[in-house]
Design a protein around this ligand. Sequence first.
Ligand SMILES: Nc1nc2c(ncn2[C@@H]2O[C@H](COP(=O)(O)OP(=O)(O)OP(=O)(O)O)[C@@H](O)[C@H]2O)c(=O)[nH]1
Length: 293
Amino acid sequence: MPLNLTHPDNIPRLIRAAPLGICITDAEGLFEMVNPAYCDFYGYREEELIGRHFTMLVPEADRARLGELHERFIRGQADQEIRQEWEVVRKDGERRSIIAEAARIVDERGEVKQATFVTDITERKRLERRLEFLARHDELTGLLNRRAGLARLDEEIARTHRHDIPLCVAICDLDHFKQINDRHGHGVGDEALAAVAEVMQSELRRYDVLARLGGEEFLVILPGATLSEAERSIERLRRRLVETRLASPGLSLTLSAGLAALKEGDAGDALLERADRALYRAKREGRNRVTPA
Ligand SMILES: Nc1nc2c(ncn2[C@@H]2O[C@H](COP(=O)(O)OP(=O)(O)OP(=O)(O)O)[C@@H](O)[C@H]2O)c(=O)[nH]1
């Protein structure tokens, strides 16, 4: 039978049946009513919540701020309705993201309370974070992707020009990588690429930037490094890679690198072009070597 909403008794029934988590807190912020969807979401039983302060459900660091917001809301010093995203903590300790929409209500005795409607947006937030990550990173290696790497290069160049410090780039390209795929399969090729990225990252200084330009080509930005310092760095990296056994037994890789130093007034394109030409020479002269421009 449909609920007759003209009868006041049916409103609590409607709230109980709602798939949305709903709670009412009193002027002190203590739970006065929680519906089953609210309890399910947080993993508490109704009796574990009623009479307790609502900030028990948020991380400790947010408690004071949220308590204060509730007080202001009750006193009418905030908008009549608020809609905010929060991190909350379930009884089992799991953190979730919610949108809490609150409305100020007055009961039959004239006491002001807050009704809060909770929507779980954890999955949406996770997806948003993943999309943000994928927009800037290469999925296979976890490194910055081409677009983010080039954007970072522009930022580093601007910083370098401002502070008048040196900057070098290296374009590193794995040698005969096609053979790895042809002989061992694409899967092993993928594993090798991820392992190479790890080796490179671990060899570089903390403030060097590593990006995957595409395929088996990587960009290293070395802020503050002169050409000879950069050469030493990339040469160390090259040797380390030769010594590293990757994925399949017996599999090892070498890289060729072209290096270039930033010149006065240089833009990223010109710098990369010089590094690319140096890389071409490294390949032509026999590979497995680091060639400065
Ligand atoms: N497994 C795998 N292979 C890739 C990926 N991206 C590019 N490649 C392969 O990398 C190989 C690059 O081949 P080439 O450009 O001919 O260069 P190379 O064989 O490394 O030879 P040199 O650069 O001249 O030393 C191609 O076979 C691509 O298919 C990837 O993400 N995974």
